[in-house]
Design a protein around this ligand. Structure first.
Ligand code: SF4
Length: 251
């Protein structure tokens, strides 16, 4: 029910489903019409059918007891490798890694940095570090860590408890710094301020340096030192000349 569907939408349906069919046997005997009616609103209706069909298969092939073995789980209708491992881990604490998008991203960043990783090398590492006997907690924790800390777009690296072990940490910090630099507004850039200084001097023919500084400060350019530095630079570059405290466009 939760695959690609939000928890809030699933919750009432899950409770109603459990009430309607509290046992595998009752679900196995349910008419498809009733199953689809209760499922209505969750989308992907074929899942509802597969769930009912799985209950039937469990009754017929496993005597009503859901298997723990991953290969046997995978033999049920609608069960792929991911679902089989998720059920084995979360229901029975079977030692197996459940690798969803969040887990893949977290593990890939920690062990391989920001380079693209092959599925096989990632699987090998994730299976290797799985703490035996704790798969249910471990897999749930990794999923939560990926959705709350090591998120896809803005990982919280600075406060992350894994930062001293994570291969992606330095590169992601650099990327964030670059993003900040490139997101400086044009109005705050040196280029814009230089243009404003030149504009004022051209419009007024000449302008006292102090008056221009005051004028730019009224435009919320509050850093006087920065304005003075840019004026000096324009003088050094030969675009502006200064005579008796007044700025002119150079001839
Ligand atoms: S340091 Fe950053 S990239 Fe590494 S695990 Fe933590 S949040 Fe993810």
């Amino acid at each position: 029910m939760l695959q690609q569907t939000q928890v809030d939408r699933v919750k009432p349906k899950y409770l109603a489903w459990r009430q309607a069919w509290p046992t595998t046997k009752s679900l196995a005997e349910a008419p498809l019409h009733d199953v689809l009616k209760l499922w209505s609103g969750l989308g992907y209706n074929s899942r509802a059918k597969r769930l009912r069909d799985s209950a039937r298969a469990v009754m017929e092939r496993f005597g009503g007891k859901w298997p723990r073995d991953i290969a046997e789980l995978e033999s049920l209708p609608g069960f792929g490798p991911y679902t089989a491992r998720a059920v084995a881990s979360f229901s029975y604490n079977v030692d197996t890694a459940v690798i969803d998008t969040n887990v893949r991203r977290v593990m890939s960043r920690i062990f391989f940095g920001i380079r693209a990783t092959e599925q096989s090398e990632l699987d090998e590492v994730v299976e290797h570090i799985l703490p035996r006997g704790k798969s249910s907690d471990w897999n749930a924790a990794l999923m939560d860590f990926g959705s709350a800390v090591c998120t896809s777009r803005s990982p919280k690296c600075k406060t992350c408890p894994m930062k001293n072990y994570c291969r992606a940490y330095p590169a992601i910090l650099d990327q964030n710094r670059m993003k900040k630099v490139s997101s400086v507004k044009f109005q705050d850039s040196d280029r814009y301020l230089r243009g404003q200084i030149i504009k004022h001097v051209i419009e007024q023919g000449s302008v006292p340096r102090m008056a221009l500084i005051a004028s730019l400060q009224r435009m919320k350019v509050v850093d006087k030192k920065r304005v003075v530095r840019l004026m000096d630079l324009l003088v050094v570059e030969g675009l502006v000349v200064e005579r008796n405290g007044r700025l002119y466009i150079a001839s």
